[in-house]
Design a protein around this ligand. Sequence first.
Ligand SMILES: Nc1ncnc2c1ncn2[C@@H]1O[C@H](COP(=O)(O)OP(=O)(O)OP(=O)(O)O)[C@@H](O)[C@H]1O
Ligand SMILES: [Mg+2]
Length: 246
Amino acid sequence: MGSLKGKVATPKGVDGEVEWQMELFPECKAPSSKGMFITFEGGEGTGKSTQLKLLSEYLLSLKINNIQTKEPGGTEVGQELRRLLVTGDKDKFDAVAEALLYYADRRVHLTTKVWPTLNNGIWVLSDRFADSTVAYQYYGYDKRVDKQLLDELYKIAVGDFKPDLTIVLDLDPKVGLERSFKKAMGMETKETRHESRGLKFHTNLRKGYLEMAKQEPERFVVLDANKSIERLHIDIVQVVKERFKL
Ligand SMILES: Nc1ncnc2c1ncn2[C@@H]1O[C@H](COP(=O)(O)OP(=O)(O)OP(=O)(O)O)[C@@H](O)[C@H]1O
Ligand SMILES: [Mg+2]
């Protein structure tokens, strides 16, 4: 039995922070009957974390239990990997080593948090997932990493499991990076390793997300993120309501 903490809607309202016990998934397999898995993707500073929190609150208002999580760093082990991955020199490892570290984080995240949670009928909202690895390690680096390698890693670590919905927040990287650097100024640990890669990398990244979305239109929705927080939230609610018939 493992213990996961999260906000769940309670009969008294939606403010309760409740801890619940759940069996960790011993066979490490994706669940079959489950809550929905929604991932937020996009470049730096596009509003993923802001919008994920707002969507979580919206779902709670409908009494849909959900947790907010992220990659990298959605678990205790992941926090250590996150520190390695998002701080420090941008060239401290090559893109293959990076992809392996991201997949180590992802596997721990899935087996100890995402899958057990979904298996309990609780929705999971994740700030980034596997599309980020393809966007950053493949498209961002101008395809220097073999796409087949990333596909194989996915198969090994994730299998057939995939998000029920992936929301890509699309924004001019100049605007996003400016927001990100402004945010980082107030942070004690500067999570700016990727931000420091330059505009070409981030432009590739944006194109990569659009290409992935085109290849899998049934899973992806691309939203224009160049609008106010409130307006974008309304767009996201509309997408989620339609997709899940809420
Ligand atoms: N629509 C918006 N308009 C203007 N500012 C915004 C908007 N959405 C978010 N911000 C601000 O921009 C900054 C980055 O937003 P947020 O952290 O949600 O983005 P993110 O995509 O999670 O970024 P990162 O990739 O760095 O994690 C924050 O300071 C946030 O308050
Ligand atoms: Mg964020």
